[in-house]
Design a protein around this ligand. Sequence first.
Ligand code: AMP
Ligand code: MG
Length: 284
Amino acid sequence: MERVRTATGVIDLGSFADRLRVPPGGPVDLATIDADATPGYDGDKADAEAELTALHEELFGFQERLWAERRQSMLIVLQALDGGGKDGVIGNVFTAFNPQGVRVTAFGVPTEEELAHDFLWRVHPHAPGRGRIAIFNRSHYEDVLVVRVARLAPASVWRPRYAQINDFERVLAASGTTILKFMLHISRDEQRERFQKRLDNPAKRWKFRLGDLEARARWDAYQSAYDEALARCSPETAPWFVIPANRKWYRDLAVARIVADAARRMAPHFPEPEEDLSGVVIAE
Ligand code: AMP
Ligand code: MG
């Protein structure tokens, strides 16, 4: 296993990822996971920021090779309750990538046309092609989360979706997509503070919707809907990671470390030129 030297010693990224990974079949109980914790990390915020900077460089280099090789792709799914930090992770971690090879797709309330189709219809076109990285800000998991908790469809509709999601992700994985799914786990108190900050700050207020309070009022129902989705949809080929996310610097570092670990396993390399370039010299 590859190791990396950091300000806080030598760490094994693979075993770091294993600590946060949801084992296939679960169990998961978010209520027992401390959102303030920093598992696998004993440095401070400044150390974490320095390491994140180093990982940015590594991720940039990875993407360049992935793009050049054009054989594999990566799908990163971000899920969280409101205020969980999905936008923060995209801004702090995934800015490492060259915009040319990455696409972020946000999944909001489905349109009428989307609702007239199966729930994966709007998702599949955004799966990453060879050489590309796709980031989902919310995803097809909303169809077993908000749909379940807010009773937008009956159980006879959402219950079969766990298996349908597993089938869908298996298709992506079989065609060369490495799938990493992150649940950014904050506490109820932390959400209250973040909401209040949004309300108090004119530059952040636009992010707040009254509907966010309805979801907050159903906190426990969301936690159990997450518990079940994470437990049932975390096979080896498309694992979930629960990231304690009250501390933003830990959240960002943890996501970056896990992506870097997967990137090392994928190990894309620059292809040999298709034509024979030996002896080619550019004339003056
Ligand atoms: P935001 O990510 O804050 O822009 O909010 C997007 C909103 O879209 C959230 O309230 C989600 O719960 C909602 N949403 C996303 N996907 C679905 C879906 N499949 N069905 C219903 N609501 C959804
Ligand atoms: Mg929102």
